[in-house]
Write a protein that binds this ligand. Structure first.
Ligand SMILES: C[S@@+](CC[C@H](N)C(=O)[O-])C[C@H]1O[C@@H](n2cnc3c(N)ncnc32)[C@H](O)[C@@H]1O
Length: 303
């Protein structure tokens, strides 16, 4: 279970979720005509070693029983991650086309956009996460000799605390329009910490700023409790994950920002994938994956 000031590295607790989504990006790329391509995800898996490295191996037999390869959870989760990666890549391209030169990626984890999206060249990109996660990323990329395409600045913070001053100390200019990115974070912080984070974005955003946010509606309470309490070996990864999240009712991102002078657009992940011609796979009720249909992709623009 979580506590208010818990910490982690890349293979433990919330840190390992960054590797988990990197693994999903790697596996999703093996689809025909993948929605998004992140060649660096594989590098992080190899550097993490053990089972993570096996997921990067071209031989799928080595990880045949891994949850990310399962026909219910795995198929749906890979589609979820591919869809959101594409959505946020397109968001950043549009922000750059609109002339925004300051990008802040909250909970950057192993997000490699600053190394793989040419549109970011010429921008300043701040990557915020816990220090051990940033250390792993920096050391892995340095060892591979991979350079960022933009002016990348690491900011080690706990996003549950006040972090704006630290961002400013690293050169962030609240007077310039910003593109904020909040992907795969909100469920790992409490509803109160989320409101505080939204208030920070609101306070630090000049006119023309925008934010793209992934938000999941809480899982139905019974299903969540079952996941947490499950002692079945097959469900171990799911119950470990369920223990890391805060499955509590919280402010709706689109509504929160639209009440404060931002234009908001919310797209259900399932609708987004359908429109992209890759509908979410239908899984049997109770087959274990309830998350993806509850995910919304939200973009807000400050008037
Ligand atoms: C699921 S990963 C998502 C990483 C990345 N955004 C992506 O989509 O690939 C969650 C990330 O949130 C970070 N995170 C969660 N809570 C945080 C906090 N309180 N402060 C800083 N980072 C946090 C974790 O360290 C981890 O890198």
């Amino acid at each position: 279970m979580r506590s208010d000031s818990d910490d982690w590295d890349i293979t433990t607790s919330v840190g390992s979720t960054a590797l988990f989504v990197a693994a999903a990006r790697t596996l999703a790329e093996q689809d025909e005509e993948p929605l998004a391509v992140d060649p660096l995800a594989e590098l992080f898996l190899r550097a993490a070693g053990g089972e993570w490295a096996l997921l990067a191996d071209p031989d799928p037999e080595l990880t045949r029983d891994h949850i990310l390869r399962s026909p219910d959870f795995g198929t749906s989760f890979r589609a979820h991650i591919a869809g959101r990666t594409r959505y946020f890549d397109d968001y950043l391209r549009a922000a750059r086309e609109a002339g925004i030169a300051q990008v802040v990626i909250l909970a950057a984890g192993l997000d490699a956009r600053v190394y793989r999206l040419p549109c970011l060249a010429g921008a300043v990109v701040y990557e915020l996460d816990r220090s051990h996660v940033l250390d792993f990323k920096r050391e892995t990329l340095a060892e591979a000799g991979i350079e960022p395409l933009a002016d990348r600045r690491e900011v080690a913070v706990d996003l549950r605390d006040e972090w704006l001053d630290v961002l400013r100390d690293n050169g962030f200019d609240p007077g310039a329009p910003t593109a904020w990115l909040v992907e795969g974070l909100l469920i790992y912080i409490t509803p109160e910490a989320q409101d505080q984070l939204f208030a920070t974005l609101d306070a630090a955003s000049a006119a023309g700023s925008r934010a793209a946010i992934e938000q999941m509606t809480p899982l139905p309470r019974e299903e969540y409790t079952e996941m947490v309490e499950s002692e079945q070996a097959d469900d171990e990864a799911k119950s470990d994950w369920a223990r890391l999240i805060y499955n509590d009712p919280r402010s709706d991102a689109a509504q929160w920002f639209s009440e404060r002078g931002w234009d908001a657009e919310r797209t259900g992940l399932a609708d987004y994938l359908r429109a992209a011609g890759r509908p979410l796979p239908v899984v049997e009720a109770g087959a274990g994956h309830v998350g993806a249909p509850l995910v919304n992709l939200v973009t807000v623009v400050r008037r």
